[in-house]
Design a protein around this ligand. Sequence first.
Ligand code: ATP
Length: 644
Amino acid sequence: LADFYISNFKKLPPFSETDSLFYKDLCDVFTSIEATTKRLEKLAILTEFFLRVLTTFPMDSETSQHIVVTALYLCINRIAPDYDGIELGIGESVLMKAVAEATGRTLAKIKADVAKVGDLGTVAQESRSTQGTLFKPKPLTILIVFKTLKEIAMMSGNSSMQRKVDKVKFLLVSCRDNEAKFLMRSLEGKLRIGLAERSVLVALAHASVLIRHKNLSKESLEEKLNQASESIKTAFSELPNYERIAPPLILHGYDALEHHCKLTPGIPVKPMLAHPTKSISEVLTRFDGITFTCEYKYDGERAQLHRLEDGSMRIYSRNSEDMTQKYPDIMGRIPSFTSESTSFVLDCEAVAWDKEERKIMPFQVLSTRKRKDVKEEDIKVQVVVFAFDLLYLNGQSLLRESFAERRAKMFSAFKEVEGVFTFAKSMVLTQVEEIQSFLDESIVDNCEGLMVKTLDGAESTYEPSKRSRNWLKVKKDYLAGIGDSLDLVVIGAYAGRGKRTGVYGGYLLACYDPDNDEYQSICKIGTGFSEQALESQYEQLKPHIISAPKPYYKYDHDSTKPDVWFEPSLVWEVKAADLSISPIYKAAYGRVDPSKGISLRFPRFIRLRDDKSPEQATACSQVAEFYNQQAVINQQTSKSAGAC
Ligand code: ATP
């Protein structure tokens, strides 16, 4: 990219200055990004955009920083940090009503067009362009659009539907050209220009380098661009908040991020993730010569416990969702296992606990707890917190310390209280037999298996948001199937027949491709469901029915077309016998076979993953990795069978 930037970004025209940026300028950028499938091209277009923004507006003013942050949010189609829980994603019916009212067309016509075109955004744009207007409305700015989107998302209560329609209409009547299309898509919750959040961050980081360093050689520029990309990704995984990251980046450059953007209690860190393994010998090969520790892998819900400097406390899910309301019992007991003055961020698993038997209960018991408006007196399922990592203590981030050091600090700052708070059971083991018996023991104790983690040195720091090879998971049923379950998005359903009349008889599932922002079909599933589950799925999926498949669904029209389509909402954990190359399913297409995808054989429903958003479903790269791993193992098996 350095070469490209040097040759093309010498003198970029500033935007026509207003006190904000015109929404049209941003929509033109979206149009250019949508027109290419090349990731680097998308990145370059967005870098150019941010560079022009930085050139147009003096960056030391608050308004200008607000403009950059707003543009960032609009690019990733969010209106607040993930953990604030403010979501866009207005129902299709509300939006169709608004388009009809704003353009003077009938609702029936809008519906028919959407069924034909498949994209309400395009229908809105076309409906606007054929509409005669008496006067030219004032152009929209990004600040007005963003403010209104936020207002719409915050509306609730009885008359909120009509108030939302009115706000959408207010924006729609001012839309020109492509603005209506992107506005609608934003409101629907998906921009669909194939832009990953990472690229948006990297583009801003690149722009911050280019505005500072105008005459660097290609090599020096390349080096700075790489450093800037890494710095912003690290900063964001530790402090996932644009308001906190963009201003220091713009004002001081990427090298100041480490100083300004530190993990802060009250802002959830993106959790470190583990790599699946299929055997203990695979673990030993990976950790040859490295000190590691084995821990029980508890089967509950990840819980990041925060105590802020002011003493207030919060709990966040794996998905950075605020779960403080869900666990008033944990909140009330935090003081019993730590001293009052301690500020901290603890990585834990909340697990259902049988008080009488004094043992862990399976995940299914935990999942019966209410998620919202939980009153402590109504709680029937007791929960124990199993702490496995300490990320912050008394004003200090511990992320860059070794696991051994973090754990030592955890052991001394907290104390175990039976039935309330316990450290994850762990052992330093080196032999296959010892690990196997610890694994067996974990299963007897109602756990899922083991987590094996590096203990010392630079390889054992906490790596936020990374699926790291320094954490390996060994699940109890690793020998059967494909080593790990997959978390898949329900994108469609088939009408039930016979005993299943009145509910769905099967579903079409998809994995996610973050690079192209698309859902790729991976299998049909119809087994593993109780009658009761089928009924509740029918109800759960009802609000997510859409009239046509999303353009970002990749599926085979002839052989897998479902009877009903859903917007991406539910994530299901699924196990399968194995993976196979498929001419029909589209998962990871082009990654293993140039023209075919991958599908699951004998998929079985395990559970709903309501702690994962659709974009956190199993990525197509992981599907390809599972397939390749399986191929290696099959080869080894057939070789050893040949040797016999
Ligand atoms: P992933 O998050 O890796 O996609 P997942 O959410 O489906 O997968 P698992 O495959 O079950 O989760 O494995 C990781 C999860 O295990 C962690 O997110 C955490 O909630 C849980 N866990 C239980 N015990 C531990 C432990 N000792 N150390 C780390 N994580 C643990």
